[in-house]
Design a binder for this molecule. Sequence first.
Ligand code: LLP
Length: 419
Amino acid sequence: MHFFQHKDGVLYGEECSVEAIAREIGTPFYLYSYRTLVRHFETFDAAFSDLPHLVCYSAKANSNGAILKTFISRGGGIDIVSGGELFRALQAGANPAKIVYSGVGKREDEIRYALREGILLFNCESYQEPHVINGIAGTMGVKAPIALRVNPDIDPHTHPYIATGMKKAKFGIDIERAVSWYQEAKRLPHLTIGGVSCHIGSQLTETGPFTEAVTRVRELVLKLRAEGIAIDYVDLGGGLGITYHDEEPPDPREYAHAICEQGKDLRCTFIFEPGRVLVGNAGILVTRVLYTKEGEKNFVVVDAAMNDLIRPTLYGSYQEIVPVKKRKGEEMVADMVGPICESGDFLARDRVMPRFEPGDLVAIMSAGAYGFSMSSTYNSRPRVAEVLVQDAAFHLIRERESYADLIRGERIPSFLEGK
Ligand code: LLP
């Protein structure tokens, strides 16, 4: 459910005409709907009202400060994977006591930063990591709260690049070895064992793999408790999918139901790290048609490209193409492509779409998650603007980058200057 709809044939974000925004901001730009973000957060949060829980929005999906603040101001915590995400979360006003930190490669400076700020939990992903954190915490005179992120070896039935809870993935530690590693971690003087964590993959469209994961985590929690290891938090990660095309993912209530069955008597606080389900359908990418090429194969060339939205290129993902102004008349089968010098630069392939003409505005739907946050400046294309609509007003929440931004930080060594 989102608030991007056509009214009299023209696309609106809430009460704002997308055409009017494009006139003022230029194209391409990401457009997010505040009402949709709030609705998604509240629906997700309310689904778990029977369990003690904390919703830590996964910043990697979309780390714009205004988006982070939207969730933080509703009581949300943040799931981070880097020092940069910690910085962004704190800048947006996150309570460090609601920040959880996953990731297979935390550097010493990042661990130190997170310890200094007093985050809730480090989700450790290797044998060495708790030892490294213990050492750093010792030098700082603090105790570090940790969980081990276990890999329960479950097939989440999603794209292989975003399946994370199978043995062949780099993430987490083998659940079979977890008890002995917890026993060892418990003996480290500068750690406190806070919980268990697990994240099996992203864009999951069935409850089965989640149920399996929580069942395995539950068995582990019971074993750990039998060994005298207290577990206060169970972090089940993110991963709930959304509809891009014809997927029918469980809604947050069904997802919660699957988890609550196994979780309700565990006497711990559950942490969830949703990303895509909160922001995915709350954002669109607005682009303008530059040229059309008709022939054996048809192409619609637009001013957004794979550097702005890499999901179709990287995962072969489907993003719905919607004309900002509905046009009557014929349709055509075409590829929607960008200006980048690669044949892999496409936003849609062999898609039935209106017979677009140069100047038309197009909305690429479901682009709020892993859109801007995965964008780059490849081909020296400045990153696009981001806009947030709230009812009838729209707000620029990130300026379009300039050419000067492209070379910020670059240095020409003096030998090249002929000095
Ligand atoms: N927690 C952890 C530890 C994660 O690794 C992730 C996502 C999440 C939470 C949030 O997952 P979500 O609720 O958004 O599914 N770039 C890919 C998705 C990569 C997901 C990486 N980890 C895409 O565009 O589909």
